[in-house]
Design a protein around this ligand. Structure first.
Ligand SMILES: O=P(O)(O)OC[C@@H](O)[C@@H](O)c1c[nH]c2ccccc12
Length: 262
């Protein structure tokens, strides 16, 4: 449960000599009734964990694909409470770790203590809150710790080395290395600067380092995997899911496992 389930998932990857792959999906895009089916598909396709987005009206870090997915979910009346209730009812069938991605506002509205308690009851293992800087973590870190849930921190290409070190100290679960200056979405190629950045982050981190933002092809997944412990893919997964292009999702996952050479 919680942080340990996340640690075990990464441990399993490194024992097998594979890179971790974490798909991001927007909870409730397509309705909450299909969430279980989506999670089961990703689990069976080999995802090591899932990052589950909470739809929010003002998603400052999200690019167009994820914004639209969030809008669709909100139009369906999907709420944080509804998501946690759904997770609670399906959790025993999903074995892989679940990391919630939410902005601060929905957590505030819900209440930090209640949020952490309900996340734990729903089997949530980690949380990513991108608009909460290190200095503000006190808002929720105590509550999450008490519930055994990892608070996953982000480092960005523009963070100075000293700041990266500070963020890496005491990091939980994994470190999310944002490999684009901007919002989520696709990129063309994988720049050399990105590789250096990932290596630098990895050199100061005690937890696995995963690269995310703008990773959309098996090639990107393999490239990033040379410099860190795995990848997170969001926008591309959302597009492929809505196009029912399940084989392409499997290809992305297998690229992290080193089994496809396309
Ligand atoms: O969509 P991309 O470019 O593949 O990026 C990952 C991403 O979607 C997911 O991790 C995410 C969605 N919204 C976020 C906000 C902050 C940090 C991370 C995220």
């Amino acid at each position: 449960m919680g942080k340990e389930r996340l640690e075990q998932a990464f441990e399993k990857c490194s024992q097998k000599g594979e890179k971790a792959f974490i798909p991001y999906i927007m909870a409730g895009d397509g309705g909450l009734d299909i969430l279980k089916q989506q999670l089961l598909f990703l689990q069976e396709a080999g995802a090591d964990a899932v990052e589950l987005g909470i739809p929010f009206s003002d998603p400052v870090a999200d690019g167009p694909v994820i914004q639209e997915a969030g809008k669709r979910a909100l139009q369906q009346g999907v709420s944080l409470r509804g998501i946690l209730e759904t997770l609670t009812s399906i959790r025993t069938e999903i074995k892989i770790p679940i990391i919630l991605m939410t902005y601060l506002n929905p957590v505030f509205t819900y209440g930090a203590g209640q949020f952490a308690a309900d996340c734990a009851a729903a089997g949530v293992d980690g949380c990513i809150i991108p608009d909460m800087p290190l200095e503000e973590e006190g808002i929720i870190s105590g509550e999450l710790k008490q519930s055994g849930i990892a608070l996953v921190r982000l480092v960005t290409l523009t963070s100075p080395a000293e700041r990266i070190k500070k963020i890496a100290d005491g990091a939980e679960g994994f470190l999310y290395a944002v490999t684009i200056k901007g919002t989520t979405g696709a990129r063309d190629h994988f720049e050399e600067e990105t590789g250096r950045f990932l290596q630098q982050v990895r050199s100061v981190s005690n937890v696995p380092v995963l690269a995310g933002f703008g990773i959309s092809t098996p090639q990107h997944v393999r490239e990033a995997g040379k410099y860190c412990d795995g990848t997170v893919v969001g926008s591309k997964i959302i597009q492929l899911l809505s196009a029912a292009a399940f084989n392409e999702i499997t290809d992305l996952i297998q690229a992290a496992k080193g089994k496809v050479l396309s």
